[in-house]
Write a protein that binds this ligand. Structure first.
Ligand code: PGA
Length: 253
């Protein structure tokens, strides 16, 4: 299965606009899933209930969740609540949340709570910048280990990793990563996951790429073996996001 995940961040402004995008993606979701391409949309959680209809192949997720199921935490959303709506995924450890102060330990606690609630965790890792000596490899491996501290081995089937180099994310991206960048990092991620979960389990954890994915470059990452894509800005442009899914379907046939 290839996963094409839309991370909507704090967009769009209204549920009505959100519904329009979803309608367009829904129209191709059934065919996509038949060809082993799973489209997923992670909207702002306040829109989830209004977007999720039954019987669609399009799946949904949150963009963050608290580290416990319920409690006196004003403004937080728990993974149990996300799951109760029918959400299947949650993005955790996105660099935009880490920039707000989320530590590896915070992400690890959230990941454990999320899998306990039955969600698939899309765990984001990625370096701020690259150096010539390759220290960023160590940085990312440590981030992965720290963000998976005490993660139950038996729940590795509920885990996906999204490699998102920070320098390649958003409108301020200096330049996009190349498929080769992703491929190199994937080797390190696989090795680290094998250390944590054993070779067999580590091998089956999907590795996604994210950071300035658009309709032009998306397929190049899937072609070199990425198990999926985490798409920001472009996932809000329904036609382009649908085209990414369509191309993935054509090439996954
Ligand atoms: P971008 O965002 O595709 O807009 O670069 C990706 C992300 O932050 O997940």
């Amino acid at each position: 299965m290839k996963y094409i995940v839309g991370n909507w961040k704090m967009y769009p402004r209204s549920l009505a606009e959100a519904k329009e995008i979803v309608a367009e993606v829904k129209a191709i979701a059934r065919k996509a899933v038949m060809k082993k391409v799973q489209p997923v949309i992670c909207p702002p959680s306040v829109f989830l209930a209004g977007l999720m209809g039954s019987g669609s192949s399009l799946q949904f997720g949150g963009q963050n969740a608290a580290a416990i199921g319920e409690g006196p935490f004003t403004g937080e959303v728990s993974p149990v609540q996300l799951a109760s709506l029918g959400a299947k995924y949650v993005i955790l450890g996105h660099s935009e949340r880490r920039a707000l102060g989320e530590s590896d330990a915070d992400v690890a606690a959230k990941a454990i709570a999320a899998v306990k609630a039955g969600l698939m965790v899309i765990l984001c890792v990625g370096e701020k910048e690259r150096d010539h000596d390759g220290h960023y490899f160590v940085e990312v491996a440590n981030q992965l280990r720290g963000s998976l501290a005490n993660f139950p081995e038996s729940k590795s089937v509920q885990l996906m990793i999204a490699y998102e180099p920070i320098w390649a994310i958003g409108v301020n991206a200096t330049h996009p990563a190349t498929p080769r960048d992703h491929q190199e990092m994937s080797m390190l991620l696989r090795r680290t996951l094998a250390e944590l979960f054993g070779k067999q389990k580590g091998f089956h954890i999907p590795l996604l790429y994210g950071g300035s994915v658009d309709a032009k470059n998306a397929q190049s990452f899937l072609d070199i073996g990425a198990d999926g894509l985490l798409v920001g800005r472009t996932s809000l442009r329904a036609k382009d996001f649908a085209l990414i899914i369509h191309n993935a379907v054509q090439n996954n046939a």
